[in-house]
Design a protein around this ligand. Sequence first.
Ligand code: MV4
Length: 444
Amino acid sequence: MLKKVLIANRGEIAVRAIRACRELGIKTVAVYSEADKDSLHVRLADEAICIGPPEPSQSYLDVPRIMSAVEISGADAVYPGYGFLSENPKFAEIVQKSGVKFVGPSPATLELIGDKIKTKEIAKRVGLPLVPGSNGATDMEKALDVAREIGYPVVLKASAGGGGRGIRIVFNEKELREKFSIAVQEAEVSFGDGRVYVEKFIINPKHVEFQVLADSHGNVVVLGERECSIQRRHQKLVEEAPSVAVEESKRKEIEEAVIEFCREIGYEGAGTVEFLMDEEGNFYFMEMNGRIQVEHPVTEMVTGIDIVKWQLRIAAGEKLKVRKVRRNGYAIEMRINAEDPNTFMPSPGKVEELVLPGGMGVRVDTHLYAGYSVPPYYDSLLAKLIVWGETREEAISRGLRALEEFIISGEGLKTNIEFHKRLLKTKEFKEGRHHIGFVEEMMV
Ligand code: MV4
């Protein structure tokens, strides 16, 4: 097993990782910025090292500072969490070259899945369904040909984009002529890679993603899917498992292709394969994410499998013991953010009163405590409320009950708790008819 893990992250995911390490008997090293000196992850870790000023570029994104902390602490592994350096192949490589285990896929795999065009080629080879489109990088003339063939609207996507970055809808030929070179230029500036591809635009899709665990011995398991369509501006707000819209035969089919895909790319660790699902229930492969995701707890709640512990065991070279995955019930996660309920603008402040919901089927993952000041430099996630129910209806009513109990208050601090109450009561959500545009529709 690993002996000492440095957690190159902050907030709730750092706390989540420390808990997993502690249960496995692994020592933990927290790193923190000056703005995070009173953070819970600093208090909970066995050791803590300040790595710089509040700005992420000078702390949580600063590779030399993190590597210094690795060296000073004598950690034998680095846990990257999500965001920050988690999917940076250069960082993974530097960690690996210094003789320290990076808890995640290899630098080469991270590099590959960062290239959406190459990734789609492999996905096609193993039989994952793709959106009709250019199947590779295209220039304007080819884009016009492809779009004429598949019909408008189409989307232009940057090969080095992902997670909603570098994507643009085009409704007709005139617009394509106007926007194509701008898309290429933008991709060049943002990612240093001007390759752009074309896809048919899927109208009102659902975002459905499959959770994977793969060990270093070639064993791959899929822990089922999550439905993550409740989002605003590519920020997910609610996620659930399983998806009521996915039929069992379809699930089996996609899971098998996902396993094949992970084998093909030599995937190691926890990962997520993302799809869009159209109104007829057809799946389209989008991309793979090579990190733990914010929404992993809904999968843990319905499978009973601790994904973060498995990340650590896999990094230590252990074989996956999970053979058959059994799913039980329904789980829903609500992301509680520090944001103004009307403007959605971040609203950091000091937590004066904190009452966390509890009881049967309720889990709260948070780094908050009473007296903690939420710094303005990072994302606005305060807590994840995850509820479980035998049925989806039970999960929803338990979610509403838990939201009623939840109190986070303090000078200047606003949260989206009321938004979640409103959402869980909508007919569309209750009936599972929501899609990626639903939050925007709900706001008007
Ligand atoms: C699309 C799409 C419609 N058609 N591709 C945005 C995030 C990236 N992972 C994929 N994205 C989309 N790709 C085609 N061919 C619509 C989106 C999209 C979206 C997808 C998932 C969740 C939220 C979204 C919000 C806007 C657009």
